[in-house]
Design a protein around this ligand. Sequence first.
Ligand code: GCV
Length: 696
Amino acid sequence: MTPASESRNTVPRTTVPSMPVPSMPAPPSDLAWLGEHAAARLPREVLLHAHGPTAASLEAEVARLRALAPGSPGSLTLVDLAHARATAPAQEPAQATGHVPAADLEGAPLAELADAGEESFALAATGDRIRVVAGGSRGLRYGFYAALLGLVPADGEEWTLRSPALSIRMLDHWDNMTVHPVMGQVERGYAGGSLFFEDGELREDLTRVEHYARLLAAIGINRVSLNNVNVHAHEATLLTTRRDQVARLAEVFRAQGITVLLSVSFASPVLLGGLGTSDPLDPEVQEWWRRTTADLYAQVPDFGGFVVKADSEGQPGPFAHGRDHADGANVLARALAPHGGEVFWRAFVYDHHQDWRDRTTDRARAAHDHFAPLDGRFDDNAVLQVKHGPMDFQTREPVSPVIAAMPRTRLAVELQVTQEYTGQQKHLCYLAPWWSETLRFPLGPDGAPTVADTAAGLVAVSNVGDDDFWTGHPLAQANLFALGRLAWEPGVSPDRLLEEWIGATFGPDPLVAEVLRDLLAPSWLLYESYTAPLGVGFMVRPGHHYGPDVDGYEYTPWGTYHFADRDGIGVDRTVATGTGFAGQYPEPWASRYESVSTCPDELLLFFHHVPYTHRLHSGKTVIQHIYDSRAEGCERVAELRPRWRQIADRVPAALHDRVDALLVEQERSAEEWRDQLRSYFFRASGIADENGRPIH
Ligand code: GCV
């Protein structure tokens, strides 16, 4: 055995650099969970038994972190089993450990690791010594970041084997290359412009993308889709004449074990190829996709695949050719298959030219109506990407019934980290409690497989832009962190994720942790309490979707109605008297949602139209709930800023100021929600607030 200090790629105590490594570009002002506090956790001695690009990038990472903080006492040993085998004499068996000292591997579950796949790792902590053994380079990276983020078992525990619960852990960027006059550069982006593109082309300086890739790798993300699913003419060319830009981004993400994907237009054969049709069953169209995809792989051999929004909100799709969505998805899947790529086909398909007078059409039904009959028809490398709820990323929705309805289809559940309907990164809204509830939702009676058990992956729309704090609202970083961690470990509690994020980002100050916890942990329910009530959704200003407008979408073609009148409110989605949507669920949910007496309060108005005097399980009438909850929500929002001010000198000043200014806006906006909704429903119902609070 070679002593540890002589092993290849060892970063011993003596080589700790005291200055930033010259090859590393200057860091952004905010390093989120990979800043000084994470650096302070890195043990002083790091022993790396690995080779190749991952070893080089981990060495660079250690050097970068060393420049931020000297680290903690102790050692971190990282062993890539692939390296161990490569350095073992040829006659040794597959389990051979080459030049890795026996003590570094003592007791490690090597056989289990070999079965667990290359993203897995095993970790043990004894005293101030942490040991990580990984089945491959991605696992090694994840093990390294687990040590930095404090995801280390208590001292003396056995080795724990860690594998991601979901193999697909993807962020979708809705970035455009140019700035849209209304939408800005990033559709539904609230954190500045695109990190990737500027003035219609790839940015010259990709420094921030490098840091972003590191942040994502640290939370376990393994795929990033680069551009908006609404693919405009200019962005469509990323598939053909601008492939070199995809290749450059792929290189940056590859360094962190992340593969890139592109959103493509279903009409590409016409738009880019000059063909007369995009009919998926046309041999020329199929050949065009095959050739174009092969050309892309020639430049980006580990390209991940395509994301497609088709027949939705104006995007072209197979319906125009009399074909269904399995025909559409499979033509792309077959072009990708020889290269190992996948197509992510979105199930967000509905009629956005609905007649509001027609009470039988229900947008919530659309995904199930279109896709459930296609179960079993999608190729193996096609993944159906289903929004977690049946409508559109509202503050509260039931779980989409599509997730339970397609056992023979690979599904990815889509979440929205960018806060389109949840306060646009101006309001505090820590979404992990809701995501966690969704992922743990059983798709049947008690003990039935959950959403997380059923899905092959989790996809989420990114909340990041070129903003100094990455996410506009600095505390919205918690959502990105939690998303990645939940994709890896859906059962972990949102409170624990908050602790992890606070520790890595803000360090061990107990008051800072307490204040952040108080602000963030209840913030989703707080946001819900002053916005659209009891699952009815929307009530936002049309177009940009910020702030209240109760009837903003009521008489529009978008299928987003609350049907409030003088007597009552809500959408009848029952089988007995409504649109029948409740019947799309398996039992016990179909019956539970169908009956007004068993439907949970928070979803009452999603499933039922009820009189204002209807009594909730909480004991309050619907109208009194609307009045009280908006008033009390506002009172609680007013308490946030004084609380935040208690840590003014304990967090970076620029960050404190940014959050402070946003809390002022949250107070203003919450009051606007309160006053508009309370007044609207008083005028509609004529029923007074029994608590006598002012109504305008
Ligand atoms: C990218 C919602 C948003 C759109 C978005 C769409 C989607 O409707 O408002 O901006 O388009 O969802 O998920 O495709």
